[in-house]
Ligand binder design. Sequence first.
Ligand code: SAM
Length: 195
Amino acid sequence: FIAGKKRATEVAHSVWRNVLRKGDCAIDATCGNGHDTLALLRMVADESGSGFIYGFDIQSSAIESTRCLLEDSLDPDQRRLVKLSLLCHSKMEEVLPEGTMVRLVAFNLGYLPGGGKDIITLPGTTLPALHAASRVLAPGGLISVLVYVGHPGGREELETVQSFASSLPAESWSCCKLERLNRPSAPLLLLLLKK
Ligand code: SAM
């Protein structure tokens, strides 16, 4: 799945497709323009109306873009399978019904494409969000983190994600990194699989 001219997001989606099943519950921790939310919903929604996506973003313009994309792309029955929250992803547990375990938490870090570059994900909230994601993840589930390093602060955020992943116990987590060695400024995909 890393062959050819695939963009990093397409590579991430290929991985998600291998982890998610119809009826699963997943989290888009950074909705942005909603492309990942839509992709996730299509992977989990089944005809009987199960499968659910919780989406988070701190920018109202991002939540609005996501809502519009979902309205244009899904029928009303499928739209009911998504809950969008204008909230920091570090607070994801405040939105999930008690006891909910999810199969995938997707982070697509950085800034809103097409929006201002002044609002970006930051290590100070990304780290507690990763901790929260690790608590709500079901065994067999995946935390997927796409990290961009081309903007100021991107490399520091990568360090934060890497050191979190490295600290997870090997008995219960399998953590790896997909990196384009011949394109050092390309985004990296970190995959944290809970055994
Ligand atoms: N997944 C998106 C898509 O498919 O279009 C792209 C996400 S974009 C690279 C990163 C998003 O993270 C931005 O929309 C930004 O507002 C959001 N963000 C920044 N800090 C956040 C936080 N603490 N909690 C949730 N979202 C945050």
